[in-house]
Write a protein that binds this ligand. Structure first.
Ligand SMILES: N[C@@H](CCC[C@H](N)C(=O)O)C(=O)O
Length: 270
């Protein structure tokens, strides 16, 4: 199986080119690929498949040639991945499958428009965040209140007083399953300056990761909510770098680096 490896602010992915949708990719195989000891190791898998060859998103075929079939490290599916879609775009352009500039990518969360050059940062229109009110998480016995933000996928973004650097995120934080029926990505952040936050994240299906693009937008939305703002540019520092989030009245944008670092052939027994 041919693969590439890439990351966006150290949120890392195995890319599996499968243009005609011929690959059987059960959850157990994804989990084996993402295993950091016995597999290649990654936070998730990006299967690159033509939209028209993907019945679940066939309705988006008129707006995008390519579908990002995103899977979490445990093999579960997710609607969207903000860093993943930027790495996916980098792959398409580097492989000559799309031209640099602006184009749409189909996801389970709908079309996402990316903008990129031959190199440098990649920006994506993440759509209008949907804010659903407050909920609570518990991390190592400590309760934190956060904002439920839907970015196509679910988030609980919590501004906390404790320094995020000191949090123990080695275990799944508790959340309200009555609110988050399908699980949730949990961001904990410190506001460290005007329109600047330091964030850590525990991702649904992947555990703690070094960055999360949809989570960075959710964090900017929660930080803006606290400061009484609704538009502007936020810097979100994550363990793997810094992402820029721009909130407008109509939509949100995520920008930052995304690179392909390796390619090869994978032989892996399930
Ligand atoms: N790392 C991603 C989010 C990936 C999906 C998430 N774990 C979920 O299950 O919703 C990002 O950069 O947005």
């Amino acid at each position: 199986m041919r693969f590439l490896k890439g990351h966006g602010t150290e949120n890392d992915f195995v890319i599996l080119p499968d243009p005609d949708g011929e690959l059987d990719l059960p959850g157990a195989l994804v989990a084996a690929i993402c295993d950091r000891r016995s597999g290649l190791g990654a936070d998730g898998v990006l299967r690159v498949v033509r939209t028209k060859a993907s019945p679940e998103v066939a309705g988006q075929a008129g707006q995008s040639e390519w579908f990002m079939d995103y899977r979490n490290a445990d093999g579960s599916m997710a609607e969207m991945c903000g860093n993943g879609v930027r790495v996916f775009a980098r792959y398409l352009v580097d492989a000559g499958l799309a031209e640099a500039g602006e184009f749409g990518i189909a996801t389970r969360g709908g079309i996402r428009k990316v903008r990129l050059g031959a190199g440098g940062d990649i920006a994506v229109d993440m759509g209008k965040p949907a804010v659903h009110g407050e909920s609570v998480t518990t991390v190592a016995g400590q309760e934190y209140i956060g904002l439920h933000v839907d970015m196509g996928n679910p988030h609980l973004a919590c501004a906390i007083g404790d320094p995020v650097a000191q949090l123990d995120l080695s275990h799944q934080p508790a959340f309200d399953p009555g609110v988050f029926h399908n699980g949730v990505n949990i961001e904990l952040f410190n506001a460290v300056g005007p329109r600047r936050a330091v964030m850590r994240v525990y991702e649904r299906g992947s555990g703690e990761t070094r960055s999360c693009g949809t989570g960075a937008v959710a964090t900017a939305v929660a930080a803006a909510h606290l400061s009484g703002e609704s538009v502007g540019e936020w810097a979100v520092e994550v363990l793997g770098g810094t992402l820029t989030v721009t909130l407008t009245e109509e939509t949100s944008y995520l920008a930052g680096p995304a690179v392909i670092i390796a390619e090869g052939n994978l032989t892996l027994a399930e």
